[in-house]
Design a protein around this ligand. Structure first.
Ligand code: GLN
Length: 191
């Protein structure tokens, strides 16, 4: 099962490491040709404004087309911001996920934190969730499901084949989240 990881800026190696550990084949995505034959996509964390600048227009359009067609996508932090249909105070970018996000909602890098929480749809285990200059999801609409709210803030959602997280599962080894993503990919294959 081959997973593409957008690799223009930010923490993509950590996602790759975990995916390889779990037996996935991976490819780092920098241009359109890298998207060939992938069955899943990871849009990881970093700086969304920088990633936007580094994505070529053909790559942007190809990503939109593939995700719209149902490519299972795990979007974390900056990746979540890129996918959101609405960004507070800014124009949206890929605009595919029915949520509104507020960037840097928890403050600066020094306000980063780890919280332990259960996401019942994903696992019965408590997971360590790391937030780094994280966005919060301020609104969810249409068919998007809330998977986790922490202290009144929505931080994990699912819209069909898209799993959107405010935090970084790759940094605390949240293998359960990748296993859940595998499930989404397997179910997408059956359709
Ligand atoms: N603050 C970053 C942004 O707005 C996201 C932070 C992250 O991905 N850890 O793009």
């Amino acid at each position: 099962m081959k997973i593409g990881i957008l690799a223009l800026q930010g923490g993509y190696f950590e996602h790759q490491e975990i995916l390889i550990r779990l037996g996935f084949e991976t490819v780092l995505i920098k241009e359109v040709k890298d998207l060939k034959d992938i069955e899943g996509l990871v849009l990881g964390g970093g700086e969304s404004t920088t990633i936007k600048k580094l994505i070529s227009l053909p790559l942007k359009n190809a990503l939109i087309k593939k995700i719209e067609k149902g490519l299972p996508t795990l979007a974390t932090c900056a990746g979540l911001i890129l996918l959101a249909k609405e960004i507070e105070g800014e124009e949206p970018y890929l605009a595919l996920l029915d949520i509104k996000v507020k960037r840097n909602a928890y403050g600066r890098q020094s306000n980063s934190f780890i919280k332990t929480a259960k996401i019942p749809k994903i696992s019965e285990n408590y997971l360590e969730l790391e937030f780094i200059r994280a966005p919060i999801i301020s609104k969810v609409y249409n068919n998007t499901i809330i998977l986790l709210e922490l202290e009144g803030n929505i931080v994990a959602v699912q819209q069909g084949n898209i799993l959107g997280l405010s935090f970084h599962p790759e940094l605390t080894n949240c293998l359960e989240i990748y296993e859940y993503f595998r499930k989404i990919i397997n179910e997408a294959k059956l359709v």
